[in-house]
Design a protein around this ligand. Sequence first.
Ligand code: PFF
Length: 481
Amino acid sequence: MNNREHWGSKAGFILAAAGSAIGLGNIWKFPYIAGENGGAAFVFIYLICIALIGLPVLIAEIMMGRTTQRNPVGAFKKLSGKPFWVAVGSLGVIAGFVILSFYTVIAGWSIGYIVEALKGSFSQFSDPGVSSAYFESQVGNVTWIVGYHTLFSFLTMGVVFAGINKGIEKGSKIMMPVLFFLLILLVIRGVTLPGAEKGLAFLWSPDWSKISGQSVLIALGHAFFTISLGMGAMMTYGSYLSEKDHVPSAALQIVILDTFIALLAGIAIFSSVFAMGQDPAAGPGLIFHTLPVVFAKMPGGVVWAVLFFLLLTVAALTSAISLLEVVVAYFVDERKWKRQNAVMVFGFVVLLIGIPSALSFNVMKDVHFFGKTWFDNADYLASNILLPGGGFFIAIFVGWIWGFDTVLIELKKGSESLFDKYPIVIKAWKIFLRFLAPVMIFVVFLHSVDLLESVWHQIHMQWVIIIIQVAILIKLFHKKK
Ligand code: PFF
């Protein structure tokens, strides 16, 4: 095909892509947002969002990468060439920088907490008040926070530096089984604690009263973040696939693995939190404030604490490498840089951009831009604007612009059996990609940028949706003629 590196095996691709998907989103974020939004009821809605919107867009992203064998900018350039679409690809590369810059800070805390656990610092935690104060003092220490951010950034650079086969694929093949093994150990530990059943009941008994329009939007937004959609990470990983590979089946496996790990993390965390009598609705502090208290009260807590934060670090690392790879692939493909140089230069740039994020917890705590700290701005910009925006345009591009006949020809390569046996699946994909995904993402987007609330009273959202649907139908009708 060309001299671009390719995954050594299908399993290599699936593990690397699942590694990108499985990260802080699964272990840190999913349990606490499920806890805050009605447990099983939220999980149910989240699963629907993943199946009906996440999976179709994931297939589209991987397909664009595989067809063009390029990074997001190169992919849009090759398939359309229009400046608008090239700009959409560029936003993906920018999102890579932005997400990495705050992701490495949280991942750095996780490494720091492995060390703190080993030092026995958690043994003094009698209640979450003490552990929160400890957390605040750690993140308030500039050397601690910047040091671990730097260490994690170097680890990420090291893996990407070694290339697709020797770095990302090999690293994922080692780290993903380790992650799985650690999580199983933690689940067994959690569910065998006396009182664990209350945690499981919390996670599995739906509280429908907590479900609102807002929680549906949170579920969809999280679906994007957790499967690394909307910024070309999966497109870039897809660009190292060959035409032999069955894209829909690979995408399905990635989504199943990601969901399974999020649910296991929920089980491990809530069974322990309930067994140790802690607050399940502690929000974002659940992992860094509440869990250390849980470990302090648990027999052999030091070991479990080390294993847990190791799990979190490994999960974050396999995601961070996919973020850096998007940036590196752009400079390698489009600017003809050598991979190693691109990793060193842009790994370093990301490290620098991340420093204000790390300082947002100490010296820059009171420095606000648009009413938020640097860290919160980076998170907000990426999770609420760049990812849903990217997902929307990818769905529109593959559904409407690329040319659906060509899309189907490309999709069929490697998955002929699906076309022969289940043509209905292909039809469903087309409908989800063309209509459901763009409309739903648009609604999430309005919500995320806080427009929904103010617009809601003046325009009924249904009308917005109907207008978009009609516009899409008109375009469809127009094309047929
Ligand atoms: N999917 C990762 C997580 O759940 O933590 C986060 C992420 C990685 C988002 C890579 C986007 C991305 F491109």
